[in-house]
Design a protein around this ligand. Structure first.
Ligand code: UD1
Length: 359
């Protein structure tokens, strides 16, 4: 059986790693296609090295561009690759443009798509990721879900029990796998961080492309940094927008994006995380670190009901929200966030393949 994995952007890589590792332990053949949506070493190759994912077999090198341009380039360049390999499964991850583009190309060639992290919905169509999730799930014949709420959502949308397999959260596989290494890395010390810091990441267009909102966030962070150490490894687009807008961050320590293990060390040692990332909402839940999500909604409600996440739609509320937050001594991990989701993904792919072949 041949699995062809398509990944392209930073959050895809920790999702691919445990699935690929589980695949290597079985007799399946695997091909990795990188679309090149992310290309800076620290946004891409560093993740492959740290997560022990083999170098991609194919790199489509699409680079940055408008959503239409990026999606179109991926589709155009992926088609001959899929025709060359004709895999049993095209496995796609998460909700980035590469995920949706690959799904469209694959189904039009009559190939079957398996979506890892299916069924998440913010119900906010202003988010490009929501469109990517909806299209990908509609086209996928195997929906591999990270939480039970995702199963229920997919059923409501008309998917059948046969198509939905609850596998748990592959991101947490990567977290557990890398945590000992992160703790040994000494990264925080090297960055001069003593004690617990507030760790910030922001990159959503809704936060960073709106100058007024970014100004309000910068002002809140400036105030928080008067009382706490605040570290902010900034996504390239965020740094660009901060510079363009001349936003003053005061004592906030702004640095370039960091690799997977380094980020894990930062988050593991944090007092609080302020973010708009989906992955960090999950990672903070698994680590018991309070998380303030600067968004109106989340496609990961389980991080609120069972985890440490709290939505703070108005940046003006961040200063108050941070007061009195405590880390959880014993984090509660939601069902299936147990380090074995990658294995369950491969099991589901093999099982479904066997059943289809038999039928
Ligand atoms: C993408 C995903 C988002 C994910 C995020 C994680 C979509 C629609 N968005 O957003 O869901 O949470 O990745 O990072 O797929 N850039 C670089 N170097 C890189 C990559 C990008 O400098 O290696 C800069 C470029 O200026 C580029 C901008 O970042 O134009 C945006 O990159 P893009 O891939 O379009 O979207 P992200 O904001 O990274």
């Amino acid at each position: 059986m041949l699995l062809l994995h398509v990944v392209g952007a930073r959050p895809n890589f920790p999702k691919l790693a445990p699935v690929h590792r589980a695949g290597r332990r079985t007799s399946v053949d695997q091909v990795v296609v990188h679309t090149g949506q992310h290309y800076d070493d620290v946004m891409s190759a560093a993740f492959f090295r740290e997560l022990d994912i083999p170098t991609p077999d194919v790199d489509l090198e699409v680079g940055s561009g408008s959503h239409a341009l990026q999606t179109a380039r991926i589709m155009e360049r992926l088609e001959p690759v899929l025709l060359q390999w004709m895999p049993d499964w095209v496995v796609v991850y998460g909700d980035v443009n590469s995920t949706m583009a690959a799904s469209i190309v694959a189904v039009k060639l009559g190939l079957r798509v398996a979506h890892v992290e299916a069924g998440l919905r913010s119900n906010d169509w202003r988010m490009p990721e929501e469109i990517n999730r909806m299209v990908t799930d509609r086209l996928s014949s195997l929906l591999l879900t990270p939480s039970r709420d995702a199963d229920a959502t997919l059923r409501r949308e008309g998917k059948t029990d046969d198509e939905i397999v609850f596998v748990g959260n592959v991101m947490i596989d990567s977290l557990f796998h890398a945590l000992p290494r992160a703790r040994r890395s000494g990264f925080r010390k090297r960055m001069g961080i003593n004690g617990r810091a507030v760790v910030v990441t922001l990159h959503r267009p809704s936060n960073v492309d709106d100058a007024e909102r970014l100004g309000a966030i910068a002002s809140a962070l400036r105030e928080i940094a008067e009382e706490h150490d605040v570290v902010f490894p900034a996504h390239p687009r965020t740094r660009q927008r901060l510079e363009e807008g001349g936003h003053d961050l005061g004592k906030v320590q702004l640095f370039d994006p960091v690799g997977y293990t380094q980020m894990l060390d930062l988050v593991d040692g944090a007092s609080v995380v302020i973010t708009d990332s989906g992955g960090l909402q999950e990672e903070t839940t698994a680590l018991g670190v309070p998380c303030l999500t600067v968004r109106e909604n989340t496609e990961r409600p389980i991080t609120i009901t069972e985890g440490t996440n709290r939505l703070v739609p108005d940046p003006g509320d961040l200063v108050g929200a941070i007061r009195g937050l405590e880390r959880e001594a014993k984090p509660r991990c939601p069902e299936g966030w147990d380090g074995k989701a990658g294995e369950r993904v491969v099991e589901a792919l093999v099982r479904k393949q066997v059943r289809t072949t038999a039928a």
